[in-house]
Design a protein around this ligand. Structure first.
Ligand code: FAD
Length: 370
């Protein structure tokens, strides 16, 4: 008889939801994380009374009422609506691309005028079968929007020229012919009052957790504690990189405390131009309509990745997908291990998708057991 039913490796959203649900079903869980805190990438650090999104700005949004109700068990959400700005060639523009953006860019006032310009530029610069990201963007949206908002931003993001990037990175470039600056189209959106830690603490209440523990430092002993392992770390690391290393893009965050109440007047300002090495500045207090005397801003610098850095964005090219497939096949053989979350699935997921996939996994397991 093992001490735990589940050893859960990783206290991010996937692991925390899994632990919460299984505990409700009288399973005994131990959650470990190699970081010094719980919460994974949604973790916030409190400074000057401000919740600082330590691993990048997180805005919760979903169309799924079940997921919205689920998170609302643990926190009340405020009515924050994400409406980023973009500083491009010295001027501020509203995002996402909408009638405000077009007015700022061309002075157009009606949807018909704006559409005429966009359609005209698509005709003029677009190509039938785009061979790279630049051609793809020009074909979807025309020259002005591409050059003002996409080219330099994307090149910073990937550290590669737009003409050397694959076309598939951009599948769609939605434009909106209304004066609506709400970045997301989802019905539900907001920031949890008290920050994301409130949700994590709620999920993990009454559950045994241990931080500063790396699964791989004591793998055999840790695995022997539980009947099953839920693994939410990097899948290639689990198999000792035997098929090669999966690649990521990383980010570096430069946090700065300013002795002013309001630094930029908005939570998110994108910096398109290449003269800035960062892609955006986040002013955290605005996520929660904060009234503190001071403010904390974060500049976000895209970076190349190596094993010593945090893995943020999977690079979904053919090579990595092929390598991932091999690990995925291998993972099916480890019957006592459940793989889940963004790192084990080598996929970018939003928070609501991670919660949904964790709930689905729990349901699948419980169905088999009864
Ligand atoms: P994680 O949160 O990464 O948790 C995995 C945990 O496993 C980590 O804590 C890690 O330390 C631990 N771990 C790994 N290996 C080991 C080991 N060997 N031993 C012990 N512990 C280990 N989503 C949105 O919905 N809205 C947003 O606005 C948004 N913004 C984002 C911005 C950025 C910059 C990024 C990168 C992501 C954003 N997301 C956003 C996505 C969101 O962060 C993820 O959906 C979510 O955090 C994934 O949860 P997870 O549990 O899968 O992974």
């Amino acid at each position: 008889e093992k001490k735990y039913d589940y050893l859960i490796v990783g206290a991010g959203l996937f692991g925390s939801v899994f632990a919460h649900e299984m505990t409700k079903h009288n399973k005994k869980c131990l959650v470990i994380d190699k970081r010094e805190h719980l919460g994974g990438n949604v973790y916030c650090e409190q400074k000057e009374g401000i919740n600082v999104h330590k691993y990048g700005a997180h805005i919760f949004h979903t169309n799924d009422k079940r997921i919205w109700d689920y998170v609302n068990q643990f926190a009340t959400f405020n009515n924050y609506i994400n409406s980023p700005l973009s500083l491009s060639k010295g001027k501020l523009y509203n995002l996402p691309f909408n009638m405000n953006t077009f007015y700022q860019l061309w002075g157009t006032k009606t949807p018909r005028e704006a559409k005429e310009i966009i359609d005209g530029q698509i005709k003029e610069y677009g190509v039938k079968s785009p061979k790279n990201l630049e051609e793809q963007a020009l074909s979807l949206i025309g020259k002005d929007i591409y050059e003002t908002f996409i080219k330099e931003y994307t090149e910073k993001q990937w550290g590669t020229k737009a003409t050397d990037l694959p076309a598939f990175i951009i599948k769609r470039l939605p434009v909106r012919y209304t004066y609506n600056n709400n970045y997301f189209n989802d019905i539900y959106q907001g920031i949890p009052i008290g920050g994301y830690n409130t949700i994590i603490n709620g999920l993990l209440e009454g559950i045994e957790t241990k931080t500063n523990i790396d699964f791989f430092e004591d793998r055999v002993a840790l695995e022997s504690l539980a009947d099953k392992v839920v693994y939410t770390g990097k899948i290639d690391e689990f198999f000792d990189y035997k098929y090669g290393q999966l690649e990521y893009r990383s980010l570096r965050f430069e946090h700065e405390l300013h002795d002013v109440e309001n630094y930029q007047g908005n939570a998110v300002v994108n910096y398109n131009d290449s003269e800035y090495k960062f892609t955006r500045i986040i002013e955290h207090k605005h996520f929660e309509f904060g009234k503190q005397d001071k403010t904390i801003i974060t500049r976000e610098y895209p970076e190349s990745w190596d094993r010593g850095k945090e893995a943020y964005y999977p690079i979904n090219n053919d090579r990595n997908q092929d390598v991932f497939k091999k690990y995925k096949e291998e993972s099916k053989k480890s019957k006592h291990v459940i793989f889940g979350g963004r790192l084990a699935e080598y996929r970018y997921y939003d928070m609501h998708q991670i919660i949904a996939s964790s709930l689905t996994k729990v349901e699948e397991i419980l169905k088999i057991e009864v």
